[in-house]
Design a protein around this ligand. Sequence first.
Ligand code: C5P
Length: 239
Amino acid sequence: MSADQRLIVAIDVNTMEKVQELVEVLGDSVSYYKVGMELFYSVGSQVISYLCAQGKDVFLDLKLHDIPNTVGQSLAALTGLGISMLNVHASGGPAMMATAAQAVKNKAEAMGIERPKLIAVTVLTSINSGEWNTLGYNLDLSKQVVHLARLAQCAGLDGVVASPQEAEQIRAACGDEFIIVTPGIRPSGAAINDQSRIATPAGALKNGAHHLVIGRPITAAQDPRQAVQAILQEMRDRT
Ligand code: C5P
């Protein structure tokens, strides 16, 4: 996979004007975008239609977590929008994940389109070990992350979202084909913002990440296109 197919730029804005401005500035240097809850709930599915019309791949990061039937029906509706990758919370359980995977497959087959990848959020990277202890789980946090990744794989999901630090253990447990998408990426010298468990683009790839989700180091840069070129170069040097 080429560096530009591995880079997913997070569009964390809340109007179509801001989306269009960013996509126009980045032009053909970026082919894959992540749309999160804030943007999707602000502007609706028009953002997906717009990005698809521009020939871009879309990772819709809505992190669904509900009973199997509700998640399955919701993912079927989203699959109809032409998305490349979707996600659910692994803690929704094996039955929910299996129903979700089947619903996406059935909908894509019925529409005659390529099946979107379905990945799982394991444990949110915002949860630290202190908070983890208050939740009352038995396993320690990193073991739980790997355990949930394996459950997701057994349920037929294509991969997981994970911090770059967790990627290596997941890669060892789930093999090379299992997709690992890592946010929390900061090129050397970039502002850390509110991220804590971070890695450089090269470091995340070395740990086994397939896709890197990067937002502010690109979107808040003085020259976003130049920031993308520098990140892609660092990724190519590593691959
Ligand atoms: O600006 P930044 O590079 O920190 O953006 C990272 C993106 O990845 C944001 O959209 C954030 O919501 C998302 N994300 C994350 N950590 C997770 C899951 C998603 O930072 N565990």
